[in-house]
Design a binder for this molecule. Sequence first.
Ligand code: KG4
Ligand code: ZN
Length: 340
Amino acid sequence: MYLLAVESSCDETSAAVICAGEREDGALQLKILSNRIASQIPLHTVYGGVVPEIASRAHAEAVSSLTYEALEEAGVSLSEIGAVGVTAYPGLIGALLVGVNFAKSLAYANNIPLVPVCHIFGHIAANYFTHEELRPPFLALVASGGHTSIVHVRSYTDFETIGRTRDDAIGEAFDKVARVMGMPYPGGAEMDRIAYEGNAAALKLPSAAINDDTLDFSFSGLKTAVINHLNTLSQKGLSYERADIAASFTAAVTSSVVKKLDAALKETGETKLVIAGGVAANSHIRRALEEYCSRRRHLRLYLPDRALCGDNAAMIAAQAYFEYKAGVRGDTTLNARAVL
Ligand code: KG4
Ligand code: ZN
C-alpha cells in the first residue's frame, strides 16, 4: 500500500510517500518514493535556536506545496494513498498543530484513513528502511535535539521507555556548547567534525550517566561544566582550542551513552541495539557503539542511514504503516500534544 505522511514537530517541514507491504515469505518491504524536507534552519540560526512562532508560520507556508510535491515526485495520486500518517506528538505544539490540521483535512476531504504517529517512535522506524531484516524486539537509543531516551521496542507498536534524560537532550547539549564557542545553530554536526582535531583528554568532565540504578541521564550538568570552564577562561582572558572542547565533550557524552546502554542491554536481555534521531548521525557515538558491540559477539548493532537520522516524514510514514495495521486511527477530533 502507499502511505503519505507529514512531519512538522520542530524546525523541519516534511512530506513523504512510501510503499509498504510484506512479501509472500512475510518479510517486510518498505520503499521511500519521495521524502521532501524543507529545513527552517536558516530562519532560526540568527536567534541561536528554534523560535516556536517562526517555526509554526514556516510550517504553515510550506506544508501544502511540499505535500503535493511529494506526491508528484512519487508518481502517486491521492486516490491511491491508503493512509495518511502525521506526527501528532511530542514536539512544539504550534508546529505540530500545523501538520495535524493539514493531515486531518486532507484525509477527511479525500476519505483516507488518518493515522497519528509518535515522533520518537518514527525516529526508531527509520531503521527499517536501512535494515530490512530488523525485527522487534530490540533496544533503541533515541537521541535528538528534543529527546533522549532508551526504549524497549517489544513489537512494531509496543514501546516502553526505560530510560530518559532528566533535563537537556543530547542534541540540545551539543548545540548549546557549540553556541557558547561561537558556532552557528545547530552546532552538533560541526562539533562532530572538529572533535577529530582535538584532544579528548584536554578537559576532565562529569559523566551524564546518572550514578544510580536507573537508566536515566542528565546532560545539563555536563553541559554546564563545559560552559563554566569556557566562561572562566574568557574572564581570565585565556584562549582555548574549540577542537579540544568538542573532543572532550564528545568523549564524555559517548562514554555516558555506552554505560547506560550496557546496563539497559543487561537489564532487558536484548541482543539487538538500534540507534535513532539526529544525534545518531554522530560518527564518534556510532564508532564507540560499533566497538562495544564487536567485543560482544551476541550483540548486533543497527545504525540508521545518516540521511534518515534527522527529522523526515518517511520515518513517520513507516511507523504509520505499523500503526495502521494495528488498527490505530485518528479522526476529525485528533489533537496534537507537546509531550509523549
Ligand atoms: O532528530 P532531529 O533532526 O530533530 C529533533 O527531533 O530534535 O535532531 C536534531 C539534533 C540537533 O541538536 C543537531 O545538532 C543534532 O541532532 N545533530 C548532531 C549531529 N547531527 C545532528 N549531533 C551530534 N553529532 C552530529 N553529527
Ligand atoms: Zn526528531
